[in-house]
Every structure is written in structure tokens, then in C-alpha cells.
Design a protein around this ligand. Structure first.
Ligand code: AMP
Length: 131
């Protein structure tokens, strides 16, 4: 069965899209650690990041860099934290998280509550600055 992220890429499930390239897709995490928390994925469904073929892996990381640059233009922060977990969704993804302190990367801390309208507005703002 297709992963939830493949279904997002295929438009079967809605997402707060931030950016897209031929091979990669970026969208806001619906349960964010911080405003602007974004997931970057290869459109091709591969469970484990380190099983992604080299060329696509490089493309994904360069795409994540461009997405991170767009996020930091919109969300005030010290820098964009990058992490990979993948214990919940078996489709390789990179978390990009605006951070100001070490604890901002702590996945055990309470998530930020954001309305659908807030997520939509934020995704559009990031999408507009993406180059
Ligand atoms: P992990 O696989 O442990 O890296 O966690 C998966 C991440 O995907 C979590 O941060 C979830 O909040 C996020 N997530 C799960 N489903 C969706 C969805 N439909 N749209 C956006 N983010 C999602």
C-alpha cells in the first residue's frame, strides 16, 4: 500500500505544500515542533533515507537546502535545524525546523497548535519566497 506521503504527492490527501521539484516535494508538518516545521521528501517512495539512490539523495538534500533558505526568510529563527527520524512514516523524509535553542529540536516536547488557516497562510508565504 502506498505511504501517506505518496498519497500526498499524488494529490489523494491534502497537504500544505511549500515547494516542489520534478523529484522532490516539501510540505508543512501537520503536527509541528515549531512554526515552519517542514518535511522534505523524494516523490519516489523509499522507506529508509539511506536506501535512497545517491543521485536522488543528493537532489533531495540540495532541494532541502533551497526549502530551508525559503523558510528562514519567512520564520524568524537562529537557523534551520535538520533531522531525520522516520519511525512513524515509512517514506524517507527530512525534517526542517526553525530553531533558536537546542531544545527546539526535542521531538518529545509539546507540539505547536496551528489552525488550518495559519498553516495555509504560512505555506503560501514560504512557497512565495522559494527559489
Ligand atoms: P517520523 O516518521 O518519526 O519522522 O515522523 C513523521 C512526521 O510526519 C511527524 O512529524 C508527523 O507529524 C508528520 N506527518 C504525518 N502525517 C502527516 C501529514 N499527513 N501531513 C504532514 N505531516 C504529517
Amino acid at each position: 500500500m502506498a505511504s501517506i506521503f505518496t498519497r500526498i504527492v499524488n494529490g489523494e490527501i491534502p497537504s500544505y505544500k511549500v515547494a516542489e521539484s520534478e523529484l522532490c516535494y516539501a510540505f508543512l508538518d501537520i503536527n509541528p515542533l515549531a512554526k515552519g516545521h517542514t518535511l522534505v521528501i523524494p516523490k519516489k517512495e523509499v522507506d529508509y533515507l539511506f536506501d535512497v539512490e545517491d543521485e536522488l539523495y543528493a537532489e533531495l538534500m540540495l532541494f532541502a537546502k533551497r526549502v530551508g533558505k525559503a523558510i528562514e526568510k519567512v520564520v524568524p529563527c537562529e537557523r534551520i535545524g535538520v533531522t531525520v527520524i522516520g519511525l512513524e512514516v515509512p517514506h524517507a523524509h527530512v525534517h526542517l525546523i526553525p530553531i533558536n535553542a537546542l531544545n527546539d529540536m526535542n521531538f518529545a516536547k509539546p507540539k505547536v497548535q496551528m489552525s488550518s488557516d495559519e498553516l495555509k497562510t504560512l505555506a503560501s508565504a514560504i512557497a512565495e519566497t522559494f527559489v
